[in-house]
Design a protein around this ligand. Structure first.
Ligand code: XBP
Ligand code: MG
Length: 254
C-alpha cells in the first residue's frame, strides 16, 4: 500500500464556511456599488452555487435569472471588473474577521505540519481570497504552511473538472494514491475523484443534500476533542474527531 504523503484541501466550505456570509455578501455589495438591483438571497445563492467560480456564476445568473438583461457589448470584461469589485469586498470581510476556520481545521493542519505531512490546496476561488483567508484566519504565515496552492483561473476548467487537483498533484510530484483530498460539495468531490483521489467530505448547510455516494468518508465536521464529529457514512473506528491517525487508516482502506 502506498504511504500517505500529502493532504489536499478545498477552501470554500471546507476550510471555512465562506459562501453565505462571505462570498454572497461580497457579490451583493459589488452589485449595489455598480448600480445593479440584483440581490442574491441565501436561498437563491444555494442554487447559484451549482456553478463554481464567481465570474462563471455571474454569467450563469444573467443567463438564467435576468433575461432580458441589457448586457454590455463587452460582457466578459464587464463581468471581470464586477468580479474584481466583489473580490475587494470579500477580502475586506475577511480582514474584518467575519469568517473563522471550521472546527478542527487548525488543529488538523497543525498536527499534519508537525508530523511532516505535506499540505496543499485545490480550489476554484481567486488566489488572493485564499491567501487573505489563510493570513487572517489561520496564521500570519498561513500560506507558507502549504507547499502548493492551486486556485482560480490557473487551470482552464474549474471544478467539477479534475484539472485543479491534477495541477496540484503535478506541483507536488505525487500520484493520487499517496494523497487524501478534503471537500464539502458534490462538484468538489467529482473533481477530486476525477483526479483519482480518495476523498473525505465535511458537510455544510449548502451541501447537506448533495450526492456523496462515492466519498470515502462523510462527516458533519472535522470535530474537536471536546466537540466530536457525527459520521454520515464511512468507517471511523473509535475516533471522535478527524486527526492524522484517521487520515492514515482511511488511506489504508481498499
Ligand atoms: C468555490 C467557489 C468559488 C467561490 C467564489 O468552489 O465556487 O467560486 O464561491 O470564488 P470550491 P470567486 O469550494 O468547490 O472550490 O468569486 O473568487 O471565483
Ligand atoms: Mg468547496
Amino acid at each position: 500500500m502506498p504511504q500517505l504523503r500529502a493532504l489536499i484541501f478545498d477552501v470554500d466550505g471546507t476550510l471555512a464556511d465562506t459562501e453565505r456570509d462571505g462570498h454572497r455578501v461580497a457579490f451583493n455589495r459589488a452589485f449595489a456599488e455598480a448600480g445593479l438591483d440584483w440581490d442574491w438571497s441565501i436561498e437563491l445563492y444555494g442554487k447559484l452555487l451549482e456553478v463554481t467560480g464567481g465570474k462563471e456564476r455571474i454569467l450563469f445568473y444573467i443567463d438564467s435569472y435576468q433575461p432580458p438583461f441589457d448586457s454590455p457589448a463587452e460582457l466578459k470584461p464587464w463581468i471581470a471588473s464586477l468580479h474584481a469589485a466583489k473580490t475587494r469586498h470579500y477580502k475586506q470581510l475577511l480582514n474584518e474577521g467575519v469568517i473563522p476556520l471550521r472546527p478542527g481545521v487548525k488543529r488538523l493542519l497543525e498536527e499534519a505540519r508537525a508530523a511532516g505531512m505535506r499540505l496543499a490546496i485545490a480550489t476554484t476561488t481567486t488566489p488572493e481570497n485564499v491567501s487573505t483567508l489563510l493570513e487572517t484566519a489561520l496564521a500570519p504565515d498561513g500560506c507558507d504552511w502549504f507547499e502548493a496552492i492551486g486556485a482560480g483561473d490557473v487551470v482552464p476548467h474549474k471544478k467539477p473538472a479534475p484539472d485543479i487537483y491534477l495541477h496540484v498533484l503535478k506541483r507536488l510530484n505525487l500520484p493520487p494514491e499517496e494523497c487524501l483530498a478534503f471537500e464539502d460539495s458534490q462538484q468538489g468531490l467529482q473533481s477530486s475523484l476525477g483526479a483519482g483521489l480518495k476523498t473525505v467530505i465535511t458537510l455544510n448547510d449548502y451541501t447537506r443534500d448533495h450526492n456523496f455516494a462515492h466519498a470515502n468518508l462523510v462527516l458533519d465536521q472535522f470535530g474537536e476533542p471536546t466537540a466530536p464529529f457525527k459520521v454520515v457514512s464511512g468507517t471511523t473506528g473509535e475516533a471522535q474527531y478527524f486527526d492524522l491517525a484517521l487520515a492514515e487508516s482511511l488511506h489504508q482502506l481498499p
